[in-house]
Design a protein around this ligand. Structure first.
Ligand SMILES: [Zn+2]
Length: 375
């Protein structure tokens, strides 16, 4: 009997402990379910697992759910730079894919920039540009240059000094500085070494002496004058298409000059210098490396009906139709201040149909297109 009683006495506390444990485990399970349910709520509307955990920890879940999916809030809650005081700003500023975006926003808020100012700043540079810009004193009239979509943060000082020196308006300032035209032509330039149909070669963008276009081919005699001419296949094929379309309507086109190597351009410059002098060459002839003819994408076009192309019916046909085949009139009368060249009615450049059509439709230079879309 005694033994039995002892056994019973031992069992009761164990049962109690098990019951308690069961209750605690049950509670933990319920809490865990609730926790994951809340995480799931946040994940469902677009927040990452990490951000969702931190949102729950911060006690801001209802606020976040109320706002819905927000990339910048997600980045804020993922970041170790998260500052609760700036939460409302995070919700309103436009997100950009930048590594230190939250740290930079915190700095910019401290400098006194508004949320919309900060959105503007973030959209005009990459992570590095914004980090540098955030370090400088507050810029008072941000909209002065940054209302222009393609203005760049990193050029702020150059914009300031260019507009002060020249008195140019903001749009011209941004365009010219972006294109490097605040520097000295032919002296301070970018080196271009990659071939593409939308490459920019001008007095500020130079090809090296050994640059050769992709797919350099000889142009069949039917399409050219009496001299051997070459061009990049993509441009030559487009010219043939254009040539045939023009011929069908009774217009005769001819290529008078296609690809010119660095060496060819050197010879050309020397020749013109000999006959006409330095100032003529400066105005009308590109120095070696700075000529579009070295890209194989530019053709000087003539007409079979007149020796002066600008007076020919073919010239008018080209003005109206060349864009449909991917060509643009590269040096127009209106674009002189930007291209740096006098009007050249005969010089056409292949840029592809989409770009050519846009340029034709908007009546802009290739430089303007390049600054807005390709830099
Ligand atoms: Zn030319």
């Amino acid at each position: 009997m005694i033994v039995r009683k002892r056994k019973l006495k031992l069992k009761r506390p164990i049962i109690v402990i098990f019951k308690m444990l069961g209750i605690v485990l049950g509670l933990i399970l319920i809490l865990l379910c609730f926790y994951f349910y809340q995480i799931h709520d946040l994940e469902k509307i677009g927040y990452s697992r990490e951000a969702s955990k931190n949102i729950l920890l911060s006690g801001k879940k209802d606020y976040i759910i109320g706002l819905g999916d927000n990339k910048l809030l997600n980045a804020a809650f993922e970041s170790s730079d998260y500052d609760e005081n700036n939460l409302d700003s995070y919700a309103k500023i436009e997100y950009q894919e930048q590594k230190n975006i939250i740290r930079n926003i915190n700095t910019l808020i401290k400098k006194g920039y508004s949320n919309s100012d900060i959105s503007t700043i973030l959209s005009h540079g990459n992570d590095e540009d914004v980090t540098l810009f955030a370090k400088r004193d507050k810029v008072k009239y941000l909209e002065e240059f940054y209302s222009i979509s393609y203005a760049k943060l990193k050029y702020y000082d150059r914009y300031l000094s260019y507009s002060r020196e020249t008195g140019e308006d903001e749009e011209t300032t941004v365009l010219f500085v972006n294109l490097g035209m605040d520097k000295e032509a032919y002296k301070d330039y970018n080196l271009v070494d990659k071939f593409s149909v939308d490459m920019l070669v001008n007095k500020y963008n130079s090809l090296s002496s050994d640059f050769e276009p992709e797919g350099l081919v000889e142009i069949e005699s039917k399409y050219r004058n009496d001299e051997i001419q070459r061009g990049s296949k993509v441009a030559v094929d487009a010219f043939k298409e254009m040539y045939n379309a023009a011929a069908k309507e009774g217009y005769g086109l001819v290529i008078n000059s296609g690809y010119r190597s660095y060496h060819d351009q050197e010879e050309l410059c020397d020749e013109y210098r000999f006959w006409y002098g330095d100032s003529y060459v400066d105005k009308y002839v590109s120095l070696p490396g700075f000529s579009e003819h070295q890209t194989g994408l530019a053709f000087d076009i003539g007409s079979t009906s007149s020796n002066i192309f600008a007076d020919s019916k073919e010239y008018q046909w080209m003005v109206d139709n060349a864009h449909k085949y991917g060509f643009i009139l590269r040096f127009s009368k209106n674009g002189q201040a930007i291209t740096g060249f006098r009007s050249e009615p005969w010089h056409y450049r292949y840029v592809g149909k989409d770009i050519a059509s846009y340029i034709h439709e908007h009546g802009i230079t290739f430089e303007e297109y390049y600054a807005e879309f390709l830099m």
